[in-house]
Design a protein around this ligand. Structure first.
Ligand code: FA5
Length: 340
């Protein structure tokens, strides 16, 4: 028995000396001390020894077991620490190497202009509202006095979603949401992205920005509307610009106007942006239609209001002299860096 114990001690010790990975150590543990391990099995034979031999053999076994157990732990600790050392060595880096310079980004010109407009309007007491880009038919059309089958639905080609919702074609749905949430007097703007299923060219994108405006109070008139439009343009261009106001048809306003800006790309001479006309459609507007006030649960006998739908992306083109709207979404850093 003693001989066998010595053999096992030597064998376990050799196995641990040879273990070069934690897996090797674990294999040795299972082999000697596991449930069916060699030492465990031998210990089970203890009960068959004659009674007088049992105490001594028991002592020897316990010593063996404790020694092997300690040796396993020690080997494991040594391997773990050398593994850590080599991981640290592999991760080491040379602090004297020159670094990679991280460039600064800049605010996109549409965002810059949106922020400027928000400043202008908040200084006149307007709230800035937000609305969802995925809208229901009700908010995008129905509540804006454009019922199903109304020919005006074709004025804006729509991206329909499978569940009957749509990508909003304009920011005007926020008018209804504002009236549902706030009571007059209301003074609000709502800048945001809008989407149209249309062919792109120098002045048309399928994804662009508008900025909706809505004012509702007692005795609001066309004079208030024109004053607000003039103030907006003077503040954003920081000079007088030439405009023209002409009748425009939108089911949600009556009367409605188209406010065009003399094209600042060609100084009104005619170019691809203004389609050689010298004028850019920029700021449709009008007096809120009584049906729209009713959709917003506001009494048209008591209140009136005006609304406008600024073509924000086109305004940015005019502000910076950008002659192709497709530049905005092209992601070309050479274009974007000019606005840093
Ligand atoms: C509207 O979207 C109305 N909701 C505007 C409105 C609001 C009228 C409130 C009255 C009261 P329109 O479809 O014309 O109208 O678009 C408004 C502006 O968005 C245009 O004048 C133009 O500047 C801009 N715009 C229209 N389509 C595009 C396009 N495909 N790409 C870039 N800008 C566009």
């Amino acid at each position: 028995m003693e001989k066998r114990i010595e053999e096992l001690r030597a064998a376990a010790s050799r196995a641990l000396d040879a273990a070069s990975t934690l897996d090797d150590v674990e294999n040795a543990r299972v082999r000697y001390l596991g449930k069916n391990g060699e030492i465990t099995q031998l210990m089970k034979g203890l009960k068959d020894l004659p009674a007088e031999e049992k105490p001594k053999a028991g002592q020897l076994f316990n010593r063996l077991k404790n020694e092997v157990d300690a040796a396993i732990k020690e080997r494991k600790a040594t391997l773990e620490s050398s593994q850590l050392d080599s991981a640290l060595a592999a991760d080491a880096f040379d602090v004297t190497e020159p670094g990679v310079r991280v460039g600064f980004g800049s605010v996109h010109p549409i965002e810059q202009t949106r922020r400027r407009l928000e400043d202008i309007f908040t200084s006149m007491g307007f709230m800035v509202l937000d609305g969802p880009e995925i809208e229901s038919d009700y908010y995008n059309f129905e509540a804006l006095n454009i019922p199903a089958h109304h020919p005006a639905r074709d004025m804006q080609d729509t991206f329909w979603l499978e569940d009957g919702d749509l990508l909003r074609t304009h920011t005007s749905p926020v008018q209804i949401r504002a009236m549902e949430t706030y009571r007059p007097p209301i003074r609000a703007i709502a800048p945001g992205r809008v989407f149209r299923y249309e062919v792109t060219d120098a002045s048309h994108e399928n994804t662009f920005h508008q900025l909706e405006g809505l004012v509702i109070d007692r005795d609001i008139s066309v004079a208030n509307l024109i004053f607000a439009m003039k103030t907006l343009l003077r503040e954003i261009f920081e000079r007088d610009v030439e405009i023209r106001l002409r009748p425009g048809y939108f089911p949600f306003v009556e009367p409605g106007f188209e406010l065009d800006l003399s094209c600042l790309i060609c100084d009104g001479g005619g170019c691809k942006v203004c389609k050689q006309s010298g004028w850019v459609e920029l700021l449709p507007c009008g007096m809120v239609h009584p049906n729209v006030l009713r959709s917003g649960k506001i009494d048209p006998e008591e209140y009136s209001g005006f609304a406008f739908g600024l073509g924000l992306t086109r305004l940015v083109m005019m502000r910076y002299g950008i002659d192709d709207i497709r530049q905005f979404l092209a992601g070309d850093l050479r274009f974007l860096r000019q606005f840093a």
